[in-house]
Design a protein around this ligand. Structure first.
Ligand code: CTP
Ligand code: CA
Length: 226
């Protein structure tokens, strides 16, 4: 029945979502992280379940309830997120990377709590793996969706990430705008497609942003894999 098809546009699809921040440990009581709260990713996970998808949510540390009906895999560091995402990548039809992955981690971490001393402390940082870029390299027929958090030149940087990471969609987010970005219940995004088209959305609840994004992805997904 066509009504059923439209109410469950992601039926039969495995959607892999990453959400939240990562934590990069310095010592047993300290870490580097960022302001991500996971709301955008958890909203997408709930909406994807409602649209009929099988959902795997790989999440950094957040204080949100697990979305009903999704498999939740909790991780801490970028390295752990990388491993878990790769384990599930081959079986995924759609991958949506909302996670705010730390770009750097301390080069050395201490197994004991560091003691303070006089003067300044210099911490050497090294790069974490770029998970999404690696997924772009290994892409077969998955639909890859990235998020770009920017404070300036939003369109330019977002489109560059779409190209460099071999994505199908990128959701550009001006995190310096009121009502957008980290911690808020709303977001203002523009969704850029690989073919150059874009969908500019107004200020919306994150649930509504999730709905619109998944509808755009489902439209492409249906025709490509079936
Ligand atoms: N991303 C990732 N692994 C990283 C860094 C980012 O998978 N180590 C993903 C994010 O989940 C997001 C996309 O890449 O979907 C863009 O993240 P963003 O931080 O906006 O871009 P970066 O490529 O890290 O570049 P920069 O922070 O310098 O703008
Ligand atoms: Ca980054």
């Amino acid at each position: 029945f066509s009504a059923e098809v439209h109410s469950l546009p992601l039926k039969g699809k495995h959607v892999l979502i990453t959400a939240g921040p990562t934590r990069e440990e310095l010592d047993p009581v300290r870490f580097f992280s960022n302001a991500s709260t996971g709301k955008m990713g958890y909203s997408i996970a709930s909406q994807a379940v409602a649209m009929g998808a099988r959902v795997t949510l790989i999440s950094g540390p957040v204080s949100l309830e697990a979305p009903t009906g999704a498999e939740l895999i909790q991780v801490e560091s970028a390295e752990q997120m990388f491993e878990r995402v790769l384990q599930r990548y081959d079986e995924a039809d759609i991958v949506i990377k909302t996670a705010a992955v730390a770009d750097y981690r301390p080069k050395f971490s201490s197994s004991q709590k560091m003691k303070k001393s006089e003067g300044t402390l210099v911490i050497e940082m090294e790069r974490t793996p770029d998970i999404l870029k690696e997924l772009g390299r290994r892409k077969r027929n998955q639909i890859l969706v990235g998020f770009a958090a920017e404070t300036n030149s939003v369109e330019e940087y977002a489109k560059r990430k779409l190209q460099e990471k071999n994505l199908d969609f990128i959701v550009a987010n001006n995190v310096s705008e009121e009502g957008a970005g980290f911690g808020t219940d709303t977001n203002i995004v523009t969704i850029y497609r690989r073919d150059g088209e874009h969908i500019e959305l107004p200020l919306l609840q994150k649930k509504e942003v999730a709905d619109r994004l998944l509808a755009a992805v489902a439209a492409v997904s249906g025709s490509e894999t079936k």
